[in-house]
Design a protein around this ligand. Structure first.
Ligand code: SF4
Ligand code: SF4
Length: 457
């Protein structure tokens, strides 16, 4: 018998324990919550996270990531009834504090957990804020509906009186234009192109052209997310064409939202529902040798970091380990720079780009990749507009009460964009793109579109 067993077994002199009926005692009770104490205890209060928080920089009332994470966590450890402070809803979930902390404190994991608890325990489910946040967080549902009647939806959503009414009743800002819904979704286009079987044939033809082995093990499963499906299918098409150009077979499995807007709004049950779908779809493909590729850096962030931090689902670690952002993946496996030697970009993508690295790209170490990749390509110029946050952070900047904060955060990026020659922006994140367009009026493109223009005939 081990020391731990002997110390937790009650001795009863009437019924001596023979060892046959030993009933182990749970030292740590079963809990759905993840134990983050080692992380909280790693905080040595240097405040680096606070000085890197874009919300704290413009909003003096926001207590900052150190309070939202380790300090609230300690208060909770002392008193389980301690209510999560409502300021956790003012965090935009940009995750810059994660990147800034020199001590590896899992700040965003703590914020997501605290926000989930705040929404489930403290927020009235009948409040306008809850209903509005739930609608914004479940963008995929409204986008699906709108995609059935895209022309009508586009006209109705940007009709002035309707926007005014939506702001007054729901608290969704009327300052921004709703993004247009595509007349044909990415998935509709994908089906019309013949789906996975046709992709296999096209990939083989490209392998032949490239003199690659025809049976090369090059296959990827595309996580397009909501925005590339319903709003910018051109990004999804560029992803497919570029990967096939390099000889990859593409499959587009069943999928839900990545959960990014749900984490940011504390809707962890909704996020878990979609994570179940996504992990189950992609885990089977990972088992078959596919890697998961996302064209949105917040989607890749969710699958590779937030899922394993927040959920315990069969196959989640394998999916996280095999998830990549699209250009990151090509840079690892292909000679992308070599492929871009001697090409010249023409058409509307022959431009000077003001490139903004999304905060979630920064967290994955991807903030320089577009600049490094395109800086020597003939016909284009790419200038990094610095490391400031765009300020929109998904649904955050759509909330009427957060709009001004969002624009104050974005002001540095707008100024730097204005300093760049040309009037075209570039970023991997669809909501950063919205903010860039909104703040400057520039057209904004995805690096995959430029890669497609440079490489695909
Ligand atoms: S996630 Fe962003 S907004 Fe939230 S506390 Fe961290 S740095 Fe601040
Ligand atoms: S940066 Fe890390 S160690 Fe420093 S105060 Fe923030 S959480 Fe604590």
């Amino acid at each position: 018998m081990s020391d731990s067993q002997s110390s937790t077994t009650t001795f009863d002199p009437e019924t001596p324990n023979t060892g046959d009926d030993f009933d182990p005692v749970d030292v740590f009770e079963d809990s759905a919550d993840f134990d983050l104490r080692p992380g909280a205890d790693s905080c040595y209060k240097c405040s680096t996270c606070d000085t890197n928080c874009p919300v704290a920089e413009v909003d003096d009332d926001f207590p900052g990531p150190k309070f939202q994470g380790p300090e609230q966590w300690r208060l909770k450890r002392r008193d389980d009834d301690h209510a999560v402070d409502d300021s956790v809803m003012d965090c935009s979930n940009c995750m810059r504090c994660d990147n800034a902390c020199p001590s590896g404190v899992p700040l965003s994991q703590m914020h997501n957990t605290a926000r989930g608890e705040y929404v489930s325990e403290e927020m009235s489910k009948l409040s306008v804020e809850y209903v509005r946040n739930r609608l914004l967080a479940n963008y995929r549902t409204s986008a699906w509906l709108a995609s059935k009647v895209p022309r009508l939806a586009n006209a109705a959503m940007n009709f002035g009186p309707a926007r005014w009414l939506i702001e007054k009743t729901m608290g969704v800002t009327s300052e921004r234009e709703f993004p247009a819904f595509a007349r044909e979704t990415f998935r509709e286009w994908w089906a019309s192109e013949g789906g996975a079987a046709a992709s296999r044939e096209r990939a083989r033809a490209h392998r032949e052209r490239r003199c690659d082995p025809l049976d090369a093990d090059k296959k990827v499963a595309y996580f397009h997310g909501c925005y590339a499906n319903y709003n910018t299918p051109q990004v999804g098409k560029a992803m497919v064409r570029v990967f096939e150009h390099f000889g990859y077979e593409v499959v587009v499995p069943e999928q839900g939202c990545s959960g990014t807007p749900m984490f940011a709004n504390g809707m962890l049950d909704d996020a878990r529902r979609d994570a179940d779908v996504n992990v189950s779809s992609f885990a089977d493909l990972v088992d078959e040798g596919y890697d998961a590729i996302a064209s949105c850096t917040s989607c890749s962030m969710a699958l590779r970091q937030e899922y394993p931090e927040l959920f315990d689902i069969d196959g989640i670690d394998a999916v996280a380990e095999h998830t990549f952002e699209s250009i990151e993946y090509l840079r690892i496996h292909e000679d992308l720079s070599g492929a871009l030697d001697d090409v010249e970009v023409g058409g509307d993508l022959a431009a000077e780009f003001a490139y903004h690295a999304p905060c979630h790209a920064r967290n994955q170490g991807l903030d320089r990749q577009a600049v490094e990749l395109f800086r020597d390509v003939d016909g284009v110029g790419v200038e990094d507009v610095g490391d400031s946050c765009s300020g929109i952070s998904g649904t955050y900047g759509w909330k009427a009460e957060k709009y001004e904060t969002s624009m104050q955060i974005g002001a540095e990026m707008f100024d730097h964009m204005a300093d760049v020659d040309g009037e075209t922006g570039m970023t991997e994140c669809p909501t950063c793109a919205m903010q860039m367009e909104h703040g400057t009026g520039y057209d904004v493109r995805h690096p995959l579109e430029l890669l497609e223009a440079a490489l695909v005939d």
